[in-house]
Design a protein around this ligand. Structure first.
Ligand SMILES: [Zn+2]
Length: 192
């Protein structure tokens, strides 16, 4: 990467290592970016974060693409936001998959559009999400001090298990294990 300028062309893919390089740069601490990717794990940067009315930043991801990605900069939560959990509601596909990067690794989140139309489902999901969100916020400073991320991983695993009971396919893949992403993506997208 040169001069901190992000390529913003659908034709020029960026690699996973470049995404992590952005995450490591303090200049990018407040900027959320995202876009689409393909099964060869070429990533395209198509969107920048915008600030919503409630002051929260989000990336408007493509609804016409099954696979999307974005990242959560260092000062933001290292876990998927509630908006991330219901993102698939607006997707044109029956199942959609998001990759959400943070400095420790990447969340792979695959969701079913149909159940996100169900008000009761979304209500129960939000209660569960909020429980973990509040927990992680409370211990965040302590967890952030652990450079290895081991403590986060334990909580992430518990959270992922709860989300699986909500019919999500969800994994957290550590930065060093990123080579496991390709087979995982293929498995996730074998869903009907
Ligand atoms: Zn997000």
């Amino acid at each position: 990467m040169t001069g901190g300028v992000i390529k913003k062309s659908r034709k020029e893919p960026i690699r996973i290592t470049e995404i992590f390089a952005y995450l490591d740069l303090p200049a990018f601490d407040n900027i959320e970016i995202g876009g689409t990717f393909n099964f060869e794990l070429s990533f395209f940067h198509t969107a920048n974060g915008v600030i919503a009315n409630n002051g929260r930043q989000f990336v408007r991801l493509p609804v016409k693409e099954k696979l999307s990605w974005h990242y959560h900069p260092k000062p933001y939560g290292m876990w998927p936001s509630f908006e991330d959990m219901i993102d698939g509601k607006f997707n044109l596909y029956k199942f959609s998959t998001s990759l959400i990067f943070n400095r420790l690794g990447v969340w792979c989140l695959s969701m079913k559009k149909e159940q996100l139309q169900d008000v009761k489902f979304v209500f129960d999901l939000e209660i569960m999400w909020n429980h973990f969100h509040q927990f992680l916020l409370k211990y965040r400073r302590q967890l952030d001090d652990d450079d290895t991320g081991t403590q986060y991983e334990e909580h992430f695993e518990t959270w992922a298990n709860h989300l699986r009971s909500f019919n999500y396919d969800i994994w957290f893949i550590k930065r060093n294990d990123i080579r496991n992403l390709a087979p995982l993506m293929k498995a996730v997208n074998n869903r009907a």
